[in-house]
Design a protein around this ligand. Sequence first.
Ligand code: FE
Ligand code: FE
Length: 182
Amino acid sequence: MKISTLHDLYIEELRDIYDAENQLVKALPQVSKAANNEELKNSIEEHLEQTKEHVNRLEKIFQNVGESPKGKKCAAMQGLLQEAKELLEEDIEPEVLDAGIIAAAQRVEHYEIAVYGTLVTYAKLLGNEEDADQLEQTLDEEKETDETLTDLAESSINVEASEEEEEGEEKGSRGRKGAAAK
Ligand code: FE
Ligand code: FE
């Protein structure tokens, strides 16, 4: 498709995030299954339900503008999810894995926040207030999810992961002492 106008670019960006959201709907169940912390699991599952709604909202927007939502692959989301998948395949302590899942999930949210921020601006510039409201609602949910993940990281999960490190270090130092005593 030739992109001549801001409207064309708007449609292209909408298609990109539509594909990204659909990739997430497929990937999130796997991520929540891998998470160990119950709160983290729950917040991922909650965001999966929100993500399905993000897909619905986008479909309504495409209906309103009379365009097809299909036709673009979001390479960025593919890459972010590929990295998350690699993390899940690592030999990794459960607490540390949870910290890594939060890091991966926040990368995803920040990407989405950037895209939806742009889309809200374009919708307003194009005089489409109804779309702008819908997109802003999704933007707010992505931001809330990002904040929830930050809270989880700060309150417990990263702390548990850092304690994991201390235990590891203690074991290591005991080992070294043992070796020195010989
Ligand atoms: Fe989303
Ligand atoms: Fe999201």
